[in-house]
Design a protein around this ligand. Structure first.
Ligand SMILES: [Zn+2]
Length: 301
């Protein structure tokens, strides 16, 4: 924003280019020092200001005000445009609402709506789903119609961004495609996988040592290995093709705690962590959720 032509250059002063931020600073200084009518040199910014007569003072002030308003409008519409629209899907499993939503309230880059099942699946199978950039699943659902199944698959063929959290790994025990979408599943009945019988189980309140498998991935960037008090799942089936992001060496936990699973044209993110307030308030968990949502949309663009 160049203001070079807007500043007076009477009485022998030099014409000087002043940009928006510098002008603001300069005008504030002029106002403060009541030196509107005097010559002021603002050396730190490398420019000079000149004698201003009262009329010029008024025009400079109006100009400053207009620029301020314009900048504020541009910033605000830009910020609104750039907000990621998230749909958080819940239902089928209890959780502490306030601390859970606090995780999302603390992410400045998003706006979100929440919807419980089965209404969420009805929306997902309707054009209304296009109002959202990222779908975050924190549901534990079992009912899904063939049309709704097809809707998930069609969205993923179009590169939709989906993030599955914690007990959403337990959803859709009778929909075989679900594990291919998420990359893993907590089977509620014993299941034979590659000759091993998996008997999935869980334990609350475990201190879990978490290892970051990919320190440079945008989802885990800036997160060092950490500990979290959370619920562990054991004997969960994880497809060999997933790209692990977090793991643990804890024998009673499933090995990978977060991963990316490529399905159709989408990179689906799954994060096993996140049972309750001790996880919600963990800064590494929060960072992981924020970066997962932001990457889900960056990766799509
Ligand atoms: Zn849980």
């Amino acid at each position: 924003m160049q203001l070079i032509n807007k500043l007076p250059d009477t009485q022998g002063g030099s014409r000087t280019e002043v940009r928006g931020k510098d002008l603001t600073r300069l005008l504030i200084r002029l106002e403060k020092e009541n030196e509107w009518n005097k010559k002021v040199t603002a050396k730190q910014n490398g420019f000079q200001i000149l004698y201003l007569d009262p009329m010029r003072k008024i025009s400079a002030f109006i100009l400053f005000f207009l620029i301020f308003m314009l900048t504020a409008c541009i910033h605000s519409s830009f910020a609104q445009q750039k907000k990621i629209r998230v749909l958080i899907v819940t239902g089928g499993h209890g959780y502490e609402h306030k601390p859970f939503y606090n995780v999302f309230d603390s992410i400045p880059s998003i706006t979100y709506d929440t919807l419980v099942q089965p209404q969420a699946n009805a929306l997902i199978a309707s054009p209304e789903v296009n109002r959202y950039d990222v779908l975050v699943f924190y549901d534990m659902a079992d009912s899904i119609s063939p049309a709704q199944q097809q809707a998930y698959i069609s969205l993923l063929k179009k590169g939709a961004s989906m993030v599955f959290l914690h007990h959403s790994l337990v959803s859709y025990q009778h929909w075989p495609e679900f594990i291919k979408i998420v990359g893993g599943q907590y089977h509620t009945a014993p299941v034979l996988v590659n000759g091993d019988t998996l008997r999935a189980n869980y334990e609350h309140g475990v201190i879990i040592p978490v290892k970051v498998e990919q320190k440079n991935h945008p989802v885990t960037r800036g997160i060092s290995d950490f500990e979290i008090e959370d619920e562990v799942y054991s004997d969960v089936e994880i497809l060999p093709r997933v790209q692990p992001l977090l793991s643990t060496s804890l024998p009673k936990s499933m090995r990978y705690l977060a991963w990316i699973n490529h399905y159709e044209h989408s990179d689906v993110i799954c994060i096993q962590l996140g049972h309750g307030p001790s996880a919600y308030s963990n800064p590494n968990f929060r960072k992981l959720i924020r970066q997962a949502i932001e990457w889900a949309i960056d990766n799509k663009n």
